[in-house]
Design a protein around this ligand. Sequence first.
Ligand code: HEM
Length: 713
Amino acid sequence: MQHSKRHQTALRVSEMDRTTTPTTTSSSPPPPIDSETALRLEVLDSKTYEASLQETWRSREAEKGFDWELEKLRRRFSGMEMNDEGEWVKVGGADWTFSPAKRDLLEDYDTGISASTTTTTTAKQTYELTLFDTVKVFIFNTLSIIGMGDMVGMSRVPTAEIQKYEGSFLSFIKGALGGDLQTLAGGPLFLLLATYFKKYGPVFNLAFGPKSFLIVNDPVMAKHILKSSPTAYDKGVLAEILEPIMGKGLIPADPQTWKVRRRALVPGFHKRWLNRMIVLFAECGDRLNQDVAACVDRGGATEMEERFCSVSLDIIGKAVFNYDFGSVTKESPVVKAVYRILRESEHRSTSFIPYWNLPFAARFMEGQREFRRDMGMLDDILTELINDCVNTRREASVEELEERDNSDDPSLLRFLVDMRGEDVESKQLRDDMMTMLIAGHETTAAVLTWTLYELCAGDQRMLEDIQDEIDNVMGDKDKPDYDDIVGMVKLRAALAESLRLYPEPPVLIRRALKDDVLPQGGSKLKKGVKVMKGADIFISTWNIHRSEALWGPTAEKFDPSRWGRAINNPAVKGWGGFSPELGERGLYPNEIASDFAFLPFGGGQRKCVGDQFAIMEATVVMAMLLKKYYFTFTGTAEDVGMRTGATIHTMNGLNVIPRERSEGTRRVGKDGKRGGYWDAMNKGEGEGSMGEGKNMKGGGQGDERNGKCPVDH
Ligand code: HEM
């Protein structure tokens, strides 16, 4: 792959006129400028966050008073200066774009993709937070922390404060300088939230000094937030972190951009495409099986997490932009760059200080320099793929595209580029592709990893039942089709169970864009929970998915048979419980069937677009693997360990011993029979009790390790 030449710093003076919106900035070529100016002044791309911030100072009338003085100061710190014509332009040098101001990483690269866009807008609407909102939230939070919140009308929500640090002094300093929340919290943040959940219940504030987050661990409150309009809650901190990487891709997108892009992207996931994807999943599953075969020949333990990462990277590369990373079979600089970018995205998502925005970060932090190089490489590839696709564009309506034979290039990129009316010159396409790549890769790899771990480490009858099911459904076939996926009920239940115990990501992040009141749910706050405009919220899916109030006393156990049994608890006001018959309608028991107590793909309007894709992918890859191999796990939960970023990873990899399945490796239970796990559980083996509203049976008495989390908490 030839990389296009970068760093053509075709820089130009900002064309932004403060009396017009940045999004209407002309996409016509910039006026010629002399080379000296070119070295000194940077483009103020109308799609950058900086431009959108400046947009809020649209009229000269607004440019007065204390706020305006602060804004001028902020601009100067951000490396901007006012030129003789009274325009603010970016001057090379200081790079102080500390939160909330951020710079678009792509400013540094000429990607060859025009920044013009007719499909998106950066203009902020009335829900834009003002400095006043931020200061108000800060003051009210502080009052709540010191127990005086109710004086200003706040609900009596308990506050958990991170005060104690258990690591070494040196690691504390390192964590503080790197803004690493995990280090400061002494481990994965969601595990800290799990500890506080046991102490404080369904809703509490988490305070780091003056900064505070509202932690929601309740399905009724979560449903309220997720089902509210996208203009009531946005992605807040998450959008600020991801925007430099994903631009205006769906995940960080502001509500207006999101509305337009979601409508454009969803048709790409049509039925015919998903069917074609099943063939792709099987092709990549085949490569994985060949790789595992080589490990069987070598003997000993094999690290499977890395292999699952490779297979899901290969799948997403082909599915999204028809690019073969070939990572299962070879190592390449591109694959390494993609992994480093994913690591960095994950690290950023657990940082409370945007260290990447610190002055001169790109110059003095080796990691940041490397990150920018990697992003440049990936952007070049994306640019080239987009350009190739655009050069062979054959416009058609969505209906025509759904019918078109796409066997030579079934990618989402092809679909979007050929879609009539799509602005193919826009940087938006690059943002969409990058977002899909990141969103669809590690998440699926993690589901595969944790499912295999639980099946190997837990009650062996479970694995046997699932392997018998695979044998029965697939018969002599090597590769499953759609009907087989539907037929493998137990395997899909195991994947869902792994998503329940290891949700990716373990928290959903939101920021309130207006004042609101959350319903009581399982809390004791009869009048609900007051939320102020500007408040940052973490919905802990980890805590909701493991809550005993919702899932009974066996909540922390890996028990895929639970999806066949109903459960309810009237003590959680307004919660409809889990209904298996609703869960059977789709490929997995979704948030509707559990009334938002199971949220593996989120819920409401910003629910994952790739849920069906992911479940099919995981089912095909796992079915092919388990049809051929038997895996033995000889370690302990601690050997596997756990760490997290946006997704939950093992700490030390998943080392298992693969053996080819044959009569010799088929295990037989004490009574001389294979499997029987589902039968035993449905007959009430290890039945748990739920108190009022109890109607759930369950709680296996299998292997001791079954359901034990790989870290203590
Ligand atoms: C097991 C695999 C996956 C899991 C667990 C997962 C999980 C999620 C979750 C929880 C959200 C909601 C985030 C929020 O509300 O803040 C989400 C959003 C999203 N996911 Fe996935 N995802 C998976 C696979 C995929 C795949 C394969 C793709 C693409 C091919 C994808 C693309 C997206 C996109 C674009 C969004 C943003 C949707 C929007 O805001 O409109 N995901 N995902």
